[in-house]
Unconditional design. Structure first.
Length: 398
């Protein structure tokens, strides 16, 4: 009995000691979270249930201040949070825009059929073929045009045989000739008709412009309606370099101004052009506009679809500026994170302006000497949403 009593007392002592050793008093001012999964919050140390990393102690702030967040030293290190002091400096020496070469639509022509009929022969059948002005393009069989030819020959015959009558056959001949001209026959074709005194069933049509074939809307044997397009021709002597530009850059681009267009596929080649068009409508989703530069194309070396850079020179000016990665932009506006003290940061709305290379102008919202987060700004916003549960930009105004 004594032996059993001693064992029981010893067991209770060991259990009490073990419970006392493992008990950790809870610290009301500290919680434990994971640097990789900041949504995890525990009141005692341990492993992250998501990634199994050790939880990091974080001191609770005395009060939650909207638009502010405080990180631990480990979070700052893992998030690569870097700051820099904003200063006034030169910005705006030039703007480089990404562009694509396109056809000059003002120099595109559509060759259409003047009459309804069947395409018997196409003299050019490949996209990209070059067609000179006046070159024969296609032959058409048209009942209406053939009847008009017969009417013209008949009017000429009556004029020659019955010219002394009271009827003015000269007017009838001219009227019949005008119909042939209206339906696309040239003066030389009409003279050939008069010479042969016989109407051929097929009529050849010639190109009214020079250029490269970009589209062929019909093939041999197809019927074409009056006014139907047969081929489209593009003159490549000039091209359009169409570039996308942010709305904040528009005030520094003037219509009619000069630009230099460079080509990454043709090192050392650059062409001077003129800014001909700026789209008056801005895309509300992307806040991007279109700028069009007309450039010459000597020798037709440049081709539509090529990538290009449009370089627009501007006057330098003094202004506050930041690296573009420091500014968070969405449909509500632009914002940055400013260091208050230590690892505490505050969210601020800013008004942005001119953007040049990797720098962006700050027109308002910051002052000279503010310490701004230049790397890791988006991570800070994500951490804020995890901790506070809302976007720091919601409800904010400039």
């Amino acid at each position: 009995m004594k032996y059993f009593l001693v064992i029981t007392i010893a067991s209770l002592f060991l259990v009490a000691c073990k419970g006392k050793k493992n008990s950790t008093p809870a610290n009301a001012d500290v919680y434990y979270t994971c640097s990789m999964d900041p949504q995890v919050k525990e009141d005692k140390p341990g492993k992250c249930p998501v990634c199994k990393m050790d939880l990091t102690p974080v001191k609770k702030s005395s009060g939650t201040v909207m638009d502010e967040i405080e990180l631990s030293d480990q979070q700052v290190q893992l998030g690569n949070i870097r700051m820099d002091t904003i200063r006034s400096g030169a910005i705006g020496d030039q703007v480089v825009l990404t562009a694509t070469l396109n056809f000059d639509l003002l120099k595109q022509n559509a060759v259409s059929s003047r009459v309804m009929g069947r395409i018997e022969k196409l003299y050019f059948k490949n996209i990209g073929d070059y067609v000179s002005k006046g070159t024969k393009l296609f032959d058409v069989y048209s009942e209406e045009l053939n009847n008009a030819k017969q009417e013209y020959l008949l009017a000429l015959e009556k004029k020659n045989t019955l010219d002394n009558s009271v009827i003015d056959f000269s007017q009838l001949v001219q009227s019949a000739k005008n119909k042939l001209i209206l339906w696309g026959m040239s003066e030389s074709q009409i003279q050939e008709l008069v010479k042969n005194k016989k109407a051929t069933p097929l009529t050849s049509f010639h190109s009214n412009a020079s250029g490269y074939i970009t589209t062929m809307d019909i093939k041999e044997g197809d019927y074409v309606m009056e006014g139907g397009t047969v081929v489209r021709l593009a003159d490549l002597s000039t091209l359009w370099a169409e570039a996308q530009v942010y709305s904040s850059q528009l005030s520094f681009i003037e219509r009619g101004g000069q630009a230099i267009v460079q080509f990454p596929d043709m090192q050392g080649t650059e062409v001077k052009g003129k800014i001909e068009f700026m789209n008056p409508e801005i895309n509300p989703d992307t806040r991007i506009n279109l700028v069009r530069v007309t450039i010459p194309n000597p020798g037709n070396q440049l081709k539509p679809g090529m990538q290009a850079y449009v370089v627009i020179k501007n006057k330098e000016r003094k202004s506050l500026s930041l690296p573009t990665d420091a500014v968070i932009r969405d449909n509500r506006g632009a914002s940055v994170w400013v260091q208050i003290k230590g690892n505490k940061f505050k969210y601020k709305m800013v008004e942005i302006g001119f953007e040049s290379n990797d720098r962006i102008e700050i027109k308002s919202g910051l002052k000279d000497g503010d310490v701004v987060v230049i790397s890791g700004a988006y991570l800070l916003s994500s951490e804020y949403i995890f901790k506070i549960g809302s976007n720091p930009m919601e409800g904010m105004k400039m």
